[in-house]
Design a protein around this ligand. Sequence first.
Ligand code: ADP
Ligand code: G6P
Length: 485
Amino acid sequence: TSPLPPPPDGADFVVVANRLPVDRDDSGPEPVWTTSPGGLVTALAPVMQANDGAWIGWAGIPDEDIEPFDIDGMHLVPLTLSSDEVVSYYEGFSNATLWPLYHDVIVAPEFHRTWWESYLRVNTRFAEAAAKTAAAGATVWVHDYQLQLVPALVRALRPDVSIGFFNHIPFPPAELFAQLPWRSQILNGLLGADLIGFQRPADAANFRRAARVHAGFATKSSQIRVPENPESGTGAHIAEARAFPISVDTPTLDAAARDPETIARAQEIRSDLGDPETLILGVDRLDYTKGISHRLKAYGELLADGSIDPEQVTLVQIATPSRERIEQYQQIRTDVELAAGRINGEHSDLGTTAIHYFHHSFPREEMTALYLAADILLVTALRDGMNLVAKEYVACRTGEDGVLVLSEFAGAADHMNQAVLVNPHDIDGLKANILRAIEMEPAERRRRMRALRRRLIRDDVQSWSRSFLDTLEALDDDKDLRRWE
Ligand code: ADP
Ligand code: G6P
């Protein structure tokens, strides 16, 4: 690869992510733009709105060439994926190889050479788009597991830019990562970045260990010495790999939860549900990593053994459609819907519904009203990079009441230890903790929620991006000074 000249009208700040913040929906008479699913978009949209720059990503439908456009204060540069690439790069390598491998192999990852080739091809296209969009000396910030080859590819094309990478999902222990036939290519791809950010210190440590064990690079505290790579055309440099736990837009959520319309809507939701004494909420993408089946098992047993009365307690479970053509996602949908149907069949009555189950997305305002209405939020992920739903709930609890039941296996547990922490694999423990949350005294609820909110007000998504980008900038300033001591 030979380096490209910077474009004359390039952007100083370029975000590169598989998804744009909006999806194009062509199912109606007129195309409409809807918010894309998932935590990456939730976190990055407010960052992008506060910064000038361009966001390169896919608009969620195959085979559509869409011109760059502006929406909600963001400049978006759509990148086209063919139908074949959606199958092999997105549903295949990204979500049936990497996603399960990086989430503790909850389901078995599949390794196919044709998927890898597609991943390499699409990553190359993203890197070329970034190289054509970034101004001289710009900051290019690449996001998530779908684009791990992009940092080194951008470095080869544009040695003048400063490159950051942030992984929104866990990074697996070196022993699991070892399964990946293309592990050294992935490591070399990521190590093209100057700064590689992870959700938890444990993820960063796993990555540095993988760089030592599987790429043979020397590491010292958070630094990794990356030698020159004549094959990709990149020079020697020192990369930094550290944790930067992501967060939510706390001030915006807090303000939305104080809006009288939201408050009225929250009351209406409770009364529509028959004014239960305790309203429990679950909000997840319908993904096998979220532990929805474990949660329903515990809840069903509590109803069956008479520990909770469906006239007093009700569960609202929102399961957002996700990656619906992948077999494992079809399986989890069947499992969850069967379990919810069974529990309702046994424990609901005319006028009392044990579980209210929804398989669709909701507008932001409705989500806020639901968080405000719920006495308890259940997060039972078997493995999760961070889990922004947990943070959104806390940000919306302006009355400083409500209980967060949080899995130890979500990144959020690292710094939300005032939550009721649970091991979702331990069904008896999960049941006991759900009961504990239902019965918790108001004073204890308040003490815990107040502490959780204090932390979230300080550590919001803007402070996350500032901290990452300031670190990247400082590394760039020191580029020539930094030596391996
Ligand atoms: P993930 O990124 O794995 O989906 P997170 O919990 O980090 O998990 O982020 C999920 C994001 O998606 C949150 O911002 C949440 O509010 C949003 N979300 C989840 N379900 C829905 C839904 N049904 N309607 C609207 N937004 C949703
Ligand atoms: C998680 C991933 C994101 C992804 C999102 C939604 O948050 O970290 O990269 O965008 O899930 O998944 P999807 O496959 O619909 O983009």
